[in-house]
Design a protein around this ligand. Structure first.
Ligand SMILES: C[S@@+](CC[C@H](N)C(=O)[O-])C[C@H]1O[C@@H](n2cnc3c(N)ncnc32)[C@H](O)[C@@H]1O
Length: 94
């Protein structure tokens, strides 16, 4: 038996034309749950947050609104081109 070397395409390939819509739909489905988890974890004004794999950045925006001007939010993504700009969010590739 030989092992397959064929790679499965990554679902969130941001180079696809449908990527932005996919990320937006995902946010509609999951962000309420994710926000509840972050509230439960104690997210508050002044907190420093790092989101790894920020997608469209909707959670990072919300975290920036919660942490306010004394907080800090850094959003990273391996392909960050779909992370929307927000004055409270620093976007980094990686
Ligand atoms: C499903 S989206 C998640 C979006 C958002 N964080 C959320 O919870 O709705 C996953 C994101 O992780 C990114 N990603 C995947 N592997 C990564 C890696 N090794 N380092 C950084 N980002 C990565 C993808 O590009 C994609 O934007």
């Amino acid at each position: 038996m030989t092992a397959s070397t064929q790679e499965t395409p990554y679902t969130f390939n941001h180079d696809q034309p449908t990527a932005f819509d996919l990320l937006d739909r995902l946010a509609v489905i999951l962000d309420d749950f994710s926000r509840d988890q972050l509230r439960h974890a104690g997210l508050r004004a002044g907190a420093r947050c790092l989101e790894v794999g920020a997608g469209a950045g909707t959670l990072a925006h919300w975290m920036a609104d919660q942490t306010g001007p004394t907080g800090e939010v850094i959003a990273t993504d391996v392909k960050p081109q779909h992370v929307r700009a927000h004055q409270g969010v620093t976007v980094r590739a990686g």
